[in-house]
Design a protein around this ligand. Structure first.
Ligand code: SF4
Length: 258
């Protein structure tokens, strides 16, 4: 992909859905919002899951726990590290992404699948951000799907299962057990394309966009701004006073010399 073009990922576009200003600052000006410390446990579990899937990819079949949920599928043989999608009406922009997994169905359909580690099993419909992420992945798989977008994807939730705890076990490794749930998710590709267009329009503008409604940070900056301004005025005044004192002392010293 041409480095002069702007790449958009599911992550950055999900930021656009939350807050246009944060997206604009990150993609256009390379100013990312501050990150808190990342819990490494999710990354550790994620890499174990991926190794487990790799084992079954080499065998040319699905992991046993998925066989019941996804009939006649197998893991895509040559899963690439990164996928790209050219945005036809906006040649200076493209989509990119690292897909967790792709399921190959018998009719040569390639379906995106994403692993999600959670503290407990989420109830109800999957989060909109997850659906959006899968529909970006569907676009990234357009070439594999002969120019078509698939309109569904899979999420697998992995979560610690209280009922599987063996309280009598002497082995600490038997204390925490994970369970899983597979969700087939319907995707709204047209809506996703509209969001991509809106995001590009936002980037093309010279105007700083509005902030998202649900984020506390910019509201905090607005509230604290007055104290920063007052403080910097005070500091500036103090600096001026200090400079005057030093100048006066220099003058007095010069006078003592003559
Ligand atoms: S409101 Fe929040 S998300 Fe938006 S620009 Fe400010 S810090 Fe970023």
């Amino acid at each position: 992909m041409n480095r002069e073009k702007t790449g958009l990922s599911a992550h950055s576009l999900n930021i656009f859905r939350e807050c246009e200003r944060c997206f604009y600052l990150q993609v256009k000006h390379n100013i990312s919002r501050p990150r808190g410390p990342m819990p490494s446990i999710a990354t550790g579990i994620d890499s174990l899951i991926k190794e487990y899937f790799e084992y079954f990819r080499k065998k040319g079949k699905l992991p046993p726990f998925l066989e019941k949920e996804i009939k006649d599928g197998k893991l895509m043989t040559n899963l690439k590290k990164t996928y790209y999608y050219e945005i036809k009406n906006n040649k200076n922009y493209y989509l990119w992404g690292h897909l967790d997994e792709v399921i190959q169905l018998p009719n040569e359909l390639y379906i995106p699948l994403d692993h999600k580690t959670r503290a407990s099993l989420p109830t109800g419909e999957p989060h909109d951000a997850y659906k959006f992420q899968l529909s970006i992945y569907s676009l990234l798989l357009t070439k594999e799907n002969n120019g078509n977008e698939v309109e569904f994807g899979y999420l697998i939730y992995y979560y610690p299962e209280k009922e599987l705890i063996d309280y009598n076990s002497n082995e600490i490794k038997n204390i925490i057990n994970f369970s899983f749930e597979v969700k087939k998710v319907d995707l709204d590709i047209n809506k996703t394309k509209q969001i991509i267009e809106d995001a590009i329009r936002c980037l093309k503008s010279d105007k700083l966009p509005k902030t998202g409604e649900n984020c506390e940070y910019c509201k905090w900056i607005e509230k604290t701004k007055i104290y920063y301004i007052e403080n910097s005025i005070k500091e500036e005044k103090n600096e001026k006073v200090e400079i005057k004192i030093v100048e006066k002392e220099n003058e007095e010293y010069k006078e003592t010399l003559f």
